[in-house]
Ligand binder design. Structure first.
Ligand SMILES: [Zn+2]
Length: 243
């Protein structure tokens, strides 16, 4: 197995319930981040980027699980489908890695590890399918201490646009949904396979902690999933418009 495949397995959720907890999901800062975005610009429809959405995990890979036994894969998908509808209504072209509870590995692949590797390759291929795309991978977090809660954005490639997208999304959570959220965006490395190898601005959005009972209960409701989707929608819009 080459290094790239090893990294994929680490990031895939087979050895870790979720990706970000292992890379410092609990870091906080004392002050909110500014957006740091470029001056506002009005874009014509034809200039809008394609939005590629990824619902983390799926099929045999449930991702992390709440104390009540709810896996993140369904929450991720529900948020994605709502966000897809909002973006489509707003005029964006949207593509998704999955729209049902499946692993997207190639047919004929045997063994869970190989299937997971193929699944991650196919997700990455969609991230890199378009020249002008924005990619958001939707996940839920988990940590050993149940006290931690709140969304946190992770990015990995050295493209400054990914950092800017992460700031826009993080700010949107602070402004719209979680006013006490003081988390800062976090730069990671190859352990975030999709983010690292994506050639477009890419963020992994950890929308909340399933290890926190109150947040897990919220994340399992359609009403809160809608709010999370709207928060992500607002952050994407802010990034695209440069606000
Ligand atoms: Zn996950």
């Amino acid at each position: 197995m080459n290094n790239k495949n090893k990294i994929k397995l680490i990031a895939s959720g087979i050895t870790l319930c979720c990706c970000a907890a292992a890379v410092g999901a609990v870091s906080v800062v004392s002050s909110r981040n500014g957006s740091g975005a470029a001056p506002a610009a009005v874009l014509q429809d034809e200039e809008l980027p394609v939005i590629v959405l990824d619902a983390g995990h799926g099929g045999f890979d449930g991702g992390c699980v709440s104390a009540e036994g709810v896996p993140e894969k369904g929450i991720n998908l529900s948020i994605l489908l709502r966000l897809r509808d909002m973006l489509t209504l707003a005029g964006y072209e949207v593509d998704v890695t999955r729209d049902s509870d499946v692993s997207i590995h190639d047919s004929g692949i045997e063994g869970l590890a190989n299937q997971k590797s193929s699944d991650m390759d196919n997700r990455l291929a969609l991230f890199n399918k378009y020249d002008n795309a924005i990619c958001v991978s939707i996940h839920q977090n988990q940590f050993t201490d149940p006290v931690y809660h709140g969304a946190q954005m992770f990015y990995s490639n050295s493209d400054s646009r990914s950092e800017q997208l992460a700031r826009s999304l993080q700010s949107s959570f602070s402004e719209l949904l979680q006013p006490d959220n003081k988390r800062e965006i976090k730069l990671c490395g190859k352990e975030l396979f999709l983010c690292y190898y994506s050639e477009n601005p890419t963020v992994m959005a950890e929308c909340g902690f399933l290890s926190n009972p109150e947040e897990a209960a919220l994340l399992n409701t359609e009403e809160y999933q809608e709010k999370v989707a709207l928060t992500l929608f607002n952050g994407i819009n802010s990034y695209v418009s440069g606000k």
